[in-house]
Design a binder for this molecule. Structure first.
Ligand code: NAP
Length: 524
């Protein structure tokens, strides 16, 4: 006999579960309950990971007090066995006993793995379900395979929710999970997501595809599964409570992409302009995987970053004039018919901050570099009538660019004699460190220095430029402006620039503070 679909909905409708359940761990009963107490103000759905305790049963008295004191909080009791990825070393019988007692202590839901449940009598599971809603769970720590077969095995047992958690080793695994949820969530109450860094999108988009809720970590340091996102991030950055089937999906794709500032800035812009959209990060290890994912998940817009800006061009159905000239695409739009259109907004990212300060017509501008970003700058500035000079470490690419854009080449030895209105650093020198600069002090003879590098926020070149009396334009302005242009292309609305700048500066400050704290800890 198989379980009747969606039994939970009928029996526990009053629970009205929130979208995000926060996993709470602790090394002793006081710690786990104190953590829960600290969380309840912002989180009304908690999972007590009893298996993290040496003697789970000793926590149940405290948990009973907690559930009585916070009747508005929904709680799951989980006591996952070691064999199934948890920390509980006891038998299935003692796991069942602990979960039954946890239900008596007021936990409205209990989680038991399929591998344990198959060793229980049907009557035991039915009895447990009279006390709490049962989440029957299955975890695959290696891949995302055989979801339908697994569900078939699971629904042979009575439960209120069927939870399938797999591991994403490719972006496509998220597609598999989402299609599975879309297909089956109207028949069963499902919880589905993929673990791992590549599975982060399934934690946000799974609820859009039909997962009843998703799991989050209390903080960065307290993740109970790989790739888990914090509850704060899910709610404030991704606005998970509002994600619905009509939500448009946007993403940044690259490798690496974990530390990208784009989700923070773009989600802030979507929120400010009340666009029903969510912006996630796609860690694409190959272009093929990325393209497959884009075609199958209805992604509306994509920011392309390193290393795919150039390689993606030949896969697009059409491109704007900038992309064609520059040979690199940083913005993709997926039309309703599935066709992919490419744009390049890096040129706008360079031109806009400069136009706010000077007239570009005949402005004398030196561009350092001849890579993708330099090409965007050179073409963008030439279009605005600037007199553009190019200097690159390797002569070949500089010559090619100068020829095609009708710009001039400069020799490094001549820099001491030349003055410019603007010097733009479009090389990667200075990225990630404050010791390297693409120029020496005596080569900075200009009114403005525009450093495209934005990590760190203040580069060596920027410090030297200030000392030389030049005004500095930080790379973050380019980052915000190119993102603003992307936002405009995708939504047709003007971008909330001030909000985007405010958010990006806040994130940079928070990261710098976290790094300082980390460095401080290491020194101790
Ligand atoms: P890219 O295509 O890989 O080009 C890198 C450029 O840097 C090439 O011209 C390369 O010269 C030069 N370079 C690398 N190492 C060097 C060194 N040690 N000494 C001298 N020159 C060196 O990269 P890209 O996409 O153009 O990006 C360039 C920089 O712009 C990166 O730092 C990127 O983060 C930044 N960027 C910022 C934004 C923003 O929004 N602020 C947007 C796009 C890019 P060779 O030809 O000699 O190799």
């Amino acid at each position: 006999m198989t379980a009747a679909p969606n039994q939970f909905v009928a029996r526990f409708r009053p629970l009205r579960l929130p979208r995000v359940c926060v996993a709470v761990t602790g090394s002793d009963p006081s710690e786990i309950v104190e953590k829960a107490e600290a969380l309840v103000r912002d989180n009304t759905f908690l999972e007590f990971r009893l298996d993290y305790l040496a003697r789970p049963v000793l926590a149940l008295g405290r948990i009973k007090q907690f559930t009585e004191y916070h009747p508005h909080v929904s709680t799951i009791a989980t006591c996952r066995r070691v064999a199934n990825g948890g920390k509980f070393r006891g038998s299935v019988a003692s796991q069942l006993d602990i979960l039954t007692k946890a239900a008596a202590a007021g936990c409205q839901l209990v989680d038991m793995e399929l591998q344990s449940a198959v060793h229980c009598k049907r009557t035991q599971l039915e009895r447990l379900r009279t006390r709490a809603a049962l989440i029957l769970s299955y975890h695959d720590f290696r891949g995302t395979k055989k979801l339908e077969e697994t569900l078939e095995k699971m629904v042979a047992l009575p439960a209120d929710f069927y939870k399938i958690v797999t591991t994403a080793t490719t972006l496509h695994d998220n597609v598999v999970m989402m299609k599975f949820l879309e297909k089956n969530s109207d028949r069963y109450s499902l919880i589905g997501l993929c673990m791992g860094e590549q599975g982060i999108i399934s934690r946000v988009l799974g609820v859009r595809a039909g997962s009843a809720f998703t799991f989050a970590a209390v903080s960065e340091d307290e993740k109970t599964a790989p790739g888990q996102v914090t509850a704060q991030e899910l709610r404030s950055t991704y606005r998970i409570e509002q994600v619905d089937p009509a939500t448009r999906v946007y993403a940044v794709a690259g490798d690496p992409v974990l530390h990208s500032l784009s989700p923070a800035i773009m989600n802030a812009a979507l929120r400010r302009e009340t666009v029903n959209g969510v912006y996630v990060a796609l860690h694409a290890k190959t272009l093929k995987d990325l393209l497959g994912c884009v075609k199958e998940i209805p992604i509306h817009g994509l920011s392309i970053t390193m290393p795919y800006k150039e390689a993606i061009v030949s896969h697009l159905d059409n491109t704007d004039a900038h992309t064609t000239k520059i040979g690199a695409c940083n913005t993709l739009v997926r039309a309703q018919d599935g066709k992919l259109y490419g744009f390049n907004t890096d040129a706008a990212g360079v031109v806009r901050p400069l136009q706010q300060r000077i007239s570009l017509e005949q402005a004398k501008i030196l561009v350092l570099g001849a890579g993708g970003a330099a090409r965007a700058a050179v073409y963008g500035l030439k279009e605005r009538g600037a007199e553009v000079y190019i200097l690159n470490r390797t002569l070949g690419p500089a010559q090619k660019l100068a020829r095609s854009a009708r710009a001039r080449l400069v020799k490094r030895a001549d820099l001491k004699k030349l003055t410019f209105d603007v010097i733009i650093n479009a090389t990667s020198v200075g990225m990630g460190n404050t010791r390297e600069s693409p120029l020496n002090e005596n080569e900075i003879r200009t009114r403005y220095v525009f450093d495209m590098v934005y990590d760190p926020p203040e580069t060596r070149l920027m410090k030297m430029a200030k000392a030389a009396g030049a005004e500095v334009i930080p790379g973050i302005e380019m980052f915000v402006q190119q993102a603003a242009r992307q936002f405009e292309i995708w939504t047709g609305k003007p971008a909330p620039l001030d909000e985007m700048l405010r958010v990006v500066n806040r994130v940079i400050e928070e990261r710098a503070a976290a790094k300082d704290a980390d460095d401080g800890l290491k020194k101790k």
